[in-house]
Design a protein around this ligand. Sequence first.
Ligand code: ADP
Ligand code: MG
Length: 314
Amino acid sequence: MGEDAIRLTGLTKTYRGSGRSPAKTALHGVDLAIPRGSVFGLLGPNGAGKSTLINILAGLVTKTSGKVEIWGFDQDRNPRQSRAAIGVMPQELNLDPFFTPRDALEVQAGLYGVPAAQRRSDEILAMIGLSDKAGAYARTLSGGMRRRLLLGKALVHRPHVLVLDEPTAGVDIELRQMLWENIRKLNARGMTIILTTHYLEEAEEMCDRIAIIDQGRKVAQDSTANLLGRLDMKTMVIQPVAPVAELPGADGIRASWRGDGAIALEYRTGQTTADDVLNMVRAAGIGIRDVKTEEPDLEDVFLSLTGSAARNAG
Ligand code: ADP
Ligand code: MG
């Protein structure tokens, strides 16, 4: 068995066209290795192929070619073992409206062949905060409760790998915090976590490693820290003592206005020091009342690699 939780080699998916819609290749030979124990972020703009990749892992979409190994098991040669190693919380809310949360967990456990004595529906219900709704019909649950139930269903067979497709898209802050907490706890107990997200701040906070895919191709894979470190851009924001009429400037320093007369100075730390920037400001006769610096964030990395802005809402 390898060291990786997931290993994809040359993974390709072409959706067959039907009627008027043409065939669409959603994944073009993606290679990806996800180490055991990590919280791994799969990022990319809308339509990049994230859900396709995850649905192939989940066995919901059939790949066109390539190799999928889950916890060392080849998905084609050892379908049962590879399926048992992974739990998936899908993007859509697909729950039977006439099942109670307890039923839903029990049925799911049955599907995965978990013997009755080894089921732990009560423990899972408590973890997802649905103990007091254990007997309520799913159709009476709020959207947030349904989402939590989907998380619970993904956990019934104690998978090594938990995959979450946009778990916090469109949920309120409280639920997002709860999901984050659960994810951290599960990871601390040794579960490998893979999540897709539109929220770059979420990836920055939660993920130790990140892959970015764009138009079905992997464009980057690295530790979150290294990805952020790739950009040596920094911004110094100066609050002048007195109003300034004209923006100062120098080679390698890009100046722009901020609100209330503040001046933003962008520079590359590889070429320019903070001292250079401050000297330039003083040389322009500008007194400095206050100064702060801003580091690049994942949004900048994302933009520089995909050329498209990440959607920040919904
Ligand atoms: P993401 O999750 O990154 O937004 P998807 O994997 O959902 O991306 O989609 C990738 C591409 O595949 C898109 O162009 C999408 O329209 C297409 N696609 C997804 N599902 C299907 C399908 N069932 N049939 C045809 N095309 C699909
Ligand atoms: Mg998707």
